[in-house]
Design a binder for this molecule. Structure first.
Ligand code: DX5
Ligand code: ZN
Length: 209
């Protein structure tokens, strides 16, 4: 199991230091919101680039944006290693995947809780990661919805080579549910950044069975 702490739950007044607290993570999850696709605003490319030389962690930028195609290269230049877009974003998935690959980043797609796994077309095999959201996107600290976890098996059957990540409400109580459903990667914001010992919390989540 890999662990991706979500920066949304970090202390925004000290982000450089916060990133250093999660050095043992497998990747850093960075939530970008536009206030339209989701009813909240969060971080932009300037913040990604300010953090780029603070850590060697893989940056997975989760774009909760309408029409993200115009921002792919911007985030890549800012330091994104992976770019995850929402299947419900309004741009064509194939165009987005091509744009992400063209600038040398790894493409990922995210599905809201109500989106069927069949929405991922044959282009899914070009993805480096699929994110199954277990909360409505927009805010950290919500309770995990168990229903969407059932999508993981179907996705892994169709795309056996593509790791599946669970995003939303992952903590000590819910990590085993995600592991049993077949998750390969757990995003955890509140659980990791609000812990006194983020490394210990990540170690705990990593061994979820
Ligand atoms: C929600 C974000 C999540 C969020 C997870 O819109 O995509 O990544 O930060 O936070 P927790 O782990 O607190 O639910
Ligand atoms: Zn996210």
């Amino acid at each position: 199991m890999q662990i991706a702490p979500s920066l949304l739950a970090a202390d925004f007044s000290a982000l450089g230091r916060e990133v250093a607290r999660v050095g043992q993570a497998d990747m850093l999850h960075i939530d970008v919101m536009d206030g339209v696709f989701v009813p909240n605003l969060s971080m932009g490319p300037g913040l990604v680039s300010a953090l780029r030389d603070k850590t060697h962690l893989f940056f997975d930028v989760h774009l909760m944006l309408c029409h993200p195609v115009q921002y792919i290269e911007v985030f890549r230049k800012a330091g994104a290693d992976g770019v995850t877009f929402h299947i419900e974003c309004g741009d064509g998935p194939e165009e987005l995947i091509e744009a992400i690959l063209a600038c040398g980043a790894k493409p990922g797609v995210a599905l809201k809780p109500g989106t069927a796994p069949e929405a991922v077309g044959p282009w899914g095999e070009k993805l480096s990661m699929i994110t199954v959201m277990t909360v409505e996107p927009g805010f950290g600290g919500q309770k995990l919805l168990p229903g969407p976890l059932a999508k993981i098996r179907a996705l892994k059957e169709r795309f056996p080579g593509v790791p599946v990540q669970v995003d939303g409400g992952v903590n000590r109580e819910t990590a085993a549910l995600c592991a049993q459903a077949g998750a390969d990667i757990l995003v955890a914001g509140t659980a990791v950044f609000r812990a006194e010992d983020p490394a210990g919390e990540m170690a705990w989540l990593r061994q979820a069975r």
